[in-house]
Design a protein around this ligand. Sequence first.
Ligand SMILES: [Ca+2]
Ligand SMILES: [Ca+2]
Ligand SMILES: [Ca+2]
Length: 365
Amino acid sequence: MKTIITMTIVAMLTFSCGGGSGSGTTETVVPAGVTENTLNTESEVILSSVGDVLREGEALFSTSLPVDFELTVLDSSGNPLSLAVITLKDENGNVLTSAATDENGYVRFTFLVASDASAAVLSIIREGYETLEISIADITLLESVIRTVSLDKSENAVAVTDSDGDGVPDELDAFPYDSELAFTSQNKIMIAFDGEYPAKGDGDFNDYVAKLQITENINSRNEVVAVAVHIVPAKTEAGHIMGININGKRYILSKDPLIASDKPFMLNVTLSEPVPRNKMQMMPYDPFLIPANDASRGEIHLPWVETVYEGARSDGNGRPWVIVVTDGWKWPDEGVSIESVYPDFDDWYLSGGTEFSDWYLNPAI
Ligand SMILES: [Ca+2]
Ligand SMILES: [Ca+2]
Ligand SMILES: [Ca+2]
């Protein structure tokens, strides 16, 4: 059962219907002494609502959690505002991703949020309107942020420049002279594999550890145009091969299985055509490891991502062979299980990730 948080603010607006062309009319009352063409009708317009959905506790074994954002931006009369720029920031003001609303004032995207984040901030900027900032507390307890907001007209509107004519003003456009690009979306994670697959892992999650920095370039129509994945191996063992599937396409990243290379890889993918963000595979896509470069052993994939891989993703005890951790994490020594180094690890995943989300900061002394 999903828990949905609902809050709706309904504004009573009076429309003047000159020739009977008023939209959104629900009721017609003709007061005495008023003729048809000066008729006033009242209509209910939802200007602001919250329909957030709470996350169901599920052990993802990831310190980055996917949160779905769905926003509708209206003016104070309830008309949709297109090309409103939504920017998601973390609690320290770092920009995580941006997107522009479509002709229905609507935008949707999914983003990985750090599991120990206390809040997220959405800023909504539209030329000619007052900027709105919304702080969302306990962001990681939410699976979806579903909001309708309205912007007030700005008293002292200033003219803005849009050099490339993509509808996004220069100051908000990450590519102000490229009409095919407007925003970037960035995520940085660490991925740690236990290479015993398909045998039960020894739980040290140190057989292949890499930093992944993922950047998506996005246009003003909220479509992904290109993806860059920068992988820096942090701890490797000879023989393991790392790869990643993006939108069903397979990319092998490490080329030389004979040496344990810490050489970084850069994967740049320009999609054959721009993909709407709600149809794009969610970051971090589908990274995988071929243990010992032995295809007969299968592949290790994250337990919670979309994949075509049909082999096991968790062992008989519900434990995976790969976890996502925050950049800077220190992996356990060889053969030492993660829970003996990080005593809160079990409580963290058994709580579905809702408790002890800072487990990786508290090693046993
Ligand atoms: Ca622009
Ligand atoms: Ca641009
Ligand atoms: Ca291991």
